[in-house]
Design a protein around this ligand. Structure first.
Ligand SMILES: [Zn+2]
Length: 447
């Protein structure tokens, strides 16, 4: 670009982790942003003045890196955090989650999502992939927060929040896609079928056809529990993944969530179809669902991203914790400390994560031409001193609270840990007030 041209925002005085295909690290780097696009990523030339810019942000020697991507969550479930823990999966689902969801309204989902956005921004997440009901409310809240969201309207063959008649579920999803497609570049609408065991073949096929026609991502929980695999094999003759493959739903725009109880043939189907996988380690551990064979996915060249899942089963949205737990879990189960090294794990929340949700041409790395989703990590802290290997620090030592600034689409959304797009205190007050109503009628587990 012409030297005279002014950037909108210039970040300087930090170590840039580009997460590009060469994994370039730029010491004392500068990042120039114009119209939400990364225009300049380079080492500072000490002999020259800084390039001109409307706004300047001093990274104070910290780490400048791509914003974190959470590839699977149900944002409004922040409303249920800690209300029902340490329970068998079916009790948790039928005695708590489903009845609780019966109390949801558009307004509650909006507030729960804003709360989730606050937590995500404060822990460095700039993009999240969501699947829930009242997804319209999720989209409005995400836009208010200034986050990038790949948002899936939920489809299930049971009465659901906002969709009391399951016969209307596809039509409802279609309306959601219509109202958000192309509305704003930050909201990318998509579809989220709950699972094979809660959707009929007709529903799965219709939903997938719709996703294909509009050209959006199709998400589905798959092979999460042994019970699910047994049930699907009994009712549909093959495993959930082979069933999806058989009915033509497994393809490049499909994101399979969990994928724990699988065999070689299942993985071959995923590989052949070029579908992607989201692994939500902490939630899968907490619900005792099992351990997804993540190293095998990577060895096969399957696209994988990490996610938190909803707050009712995690119970937080901090992707730094998710990275740390994922790396350590796979080391201990394989009794091999070389499995899932820190840099590989970081790609599962940045570059590789972007590929799983179809956004690799826009985000996931810091490269000229991409959208400017950036976080700055404050490294002047005892637990991050000294720094030999920034990847190691991010995965094993840092936490979400070390993120100092967040930029999404070129806009500063958090500065010095203060969120600038909405009033977080007010959102917390609102949710606290609603929590009594939500908890009423449920035996709280305080034991
Ligand atoms: Zn989920």
């Amino acid at each position: 670009m012409m030297e005279k041209e002014k950037h909108d925002l210039l970040i300087f005085n930090g170590t840039i982790l580009t997460l590009n295909s060469n994994y370039d690290i730029i010491e004392d780097g500068i990042v120039g942003i114009t119209n939400g696009v990364l225009k300049r990523i380079e080492a500072r030339n000490k002999d020259k003045e800084l390039p001109k810019s409307q706004q300047v942000l001093d990274a104070s020697g910290g780490i400048i890196m791509p914003g974190i991507i959470n590839t699977h969550t149900h944002a409004p479930m922040t409303l249920f955090r800690g209300l029902a823990d340490d329970l068998p999966l079916l009790t948790w689902l039928h005695k708590y989650i489903f009845p609780l969801e019966g109390k949801l309204t558009f307004d509650l989902v909006y507030k729960g999502t804003l709360l989730a956005c606050a937590e995500m921004i404060l822990s460095g997440t700039t993009t999240f992939c969501d699947g829930y009901f009242y997804e319209d409310a999720v989209a409005h809240a995400t836009r208010q927060a200034g986050m990038r969201g790949v948002l899936g309207q939920g489809i299930i063959d049971f009465p659901a929040p906002g969709v009391p008649d399951p016969a209307e579920n596809i039509r409802h999803a279609e309306r959601f896609l219509e109202s958000w497609q192309g509305e704003t570049s930050l909201i990318i609408p998509c579809l989220f079928c709950h699972s094979v065991y809660t959707c009929t073949e007709k529903t799965l096929r219709s939903a997938h056809r719709l996703a294909e026609q509009v050209g959006v991502l199709f998400q589905i929980h798959t092979a999460e529990t042994q019970e699910e695999v047994r049930k699907v094999k009994k009712e549909r003759g093959v495993s959930p993944i082979q069933y999806l493959y058989r009915i033509g739903i497994l393809e490049r725009e499909t994101l399979l969530v969990h994928v724990i109880w699988v065999d070689e043939t299942d993985l071959e189907c995923v590989k052949k179809s070029q579908a992607s996988i989201s692994v939500t380690t902490e939630s899968e551990m907490k619900l005792a669902s099992g351990i997804a064979p993540l190293p095998s996915f990577l060895a096969k060249g399957i696209k994988v991203g990490l996610g938190t899942d909803g707050c009712a089963s995690n119970n937080n949205l901090d992707m730094f914790r998710e990275m740390d737990t994922t790396a350590k879990l796979h080391k201990v189960v394989s009794l091999d400390p070389t499995v899932l090294d820190a840099r590989t794990v970081l790609t599962l929340t940045t570059a590789e994560a972007a590929k799983t949700i179809g956004l690799w041409d826009q985000v996931g790395s810091l490269e000229a031409g991409k959208r400017a989703d950036i976080i700055i990590i404050d490294t002047k802290r005892p637990h991050l001193t000294p720094i030999y290997n920034p990847y190691s620090h991010i995965v094993y030592a840092a936490s979400g609270s070390d993120v100092r600034d967040v930029i999404i689409d070129g806009r500063i959304v958090m500065k010095d840990r203060r969120i600038l797009t909405f009033d977080v205190e007010e959102v917390m007050r609102d949710v606290r007030r609603e929590s009594a109503h939500l908890a009423r009628g449920f035996p709280l587990t305080r034991g």
